[in-house]
Design a binder for this molecule. Sequence first.
Ligand SMILES: N[C@@H](CCC(=O)N[C@@H](CS)C(=O)NCC(=O)O)C(=O)O
Length: 354
Amino acid sequence: MSAEGSAASRLELIDANGERGAYASAVDYEVFGRYASADKLKKMQRANSQDAVAAFNSLTSFRNRIGSADSAAFAPEPGRYHLYLGKGCPFCHRVLIALNVLDLAKIITFSFVDDERDGRGWAFRARRGADPVNGFLLLREAYEATDADFDGHVSVPVLWDRRTGTIVSNNSGDILVDVATQFRAHANSRFDLYPASLREEIEDLDASLHADVNFGVYAVGLSKSQAEYESAATRLFDRLAFLDERLASRRFLFGADLTQSDIRLWVTLARFDVAYNPIFRANLKRLVDYPHLWGYARDLYQIPAFRDSTDFAQHKLDYIRNFPELTPSGIVPIGPIVDWSEPSGREPLAGASA
Ligand SMILES: N[C@@H](CCC(=O)N[C@@H](CS)C(=O)NCC(=O)O)C(=O)O
């Protein structure tokens, strides 16, 4: 961390009486500045290039795995791990849906950072509660407990190990796979989100979902020129057309059964018409204009793990707040009115194979 950053953190950890409270002080842009993701954003704005995806991936600093031979230190023990999540973050949303679909929330605990951040990065405040595991005020403390010289981006999700007092991983893709595979003995669910027979195909599809859709919407929203924007938007909407077609004859991306690929795709679809379409100008079509994708999105919304973790008004607000350069007035659009609870009519596709 820079000298300036350390000073800011130290200032934060001590209140007027020299004591550490349960919460970080309020977001304060004047004292702490805006969250400094300028270098990351600059790289990400090179839409459509591998550089952009690589820049995004650089948000991952710790990549140990639960239960793998080379991370043997991290055994899949119930009650040992905790997830620090962001309520509005689509990458956290995936992990949360998987956890709840598999009914694992008693085995792996979770809590939320505050929705807003200043230059200190993610923090714990009254709105989403204190850190129940370590009493940290800033999530940066978890990073520094893992690497005292940590000087990178403080991102969520974070998978924390109570035993070693360190971060196992802050890579949402790896965390999702580990949740889906390493705790199956404790899962109370008919779903196998990462079935051995489909892993190669899932990885292939997930790579295109990541580059063209999950990250693709950011490439559109953060484009710096008309040409960049059009090329990123074309890539995104070509992929959505392909997915719409794929879902014409299959209930889920791999047929009759839900997999992690569906969760990955869904968190972006859930934000599409409230955030990516109006705020990121991803507006060639709306989600509701795709007959199969829209039915599929509603079908998944009927599953409590998807529905209960989703708050469309909140997701809209998150993007207004987090991208002030795109919405300088901060005015929150009143629409759209969309009925996600309308029956999806997709049950007849249940038996279709991948
Ligand atoms: N590599 C991470 C990235 C996740 C990510 O982008 N999280 C956002 C919130 S939605 C974040 O915390 N960003 C921190 C930053 O901008 O440095 C992952 O996929 O798990």
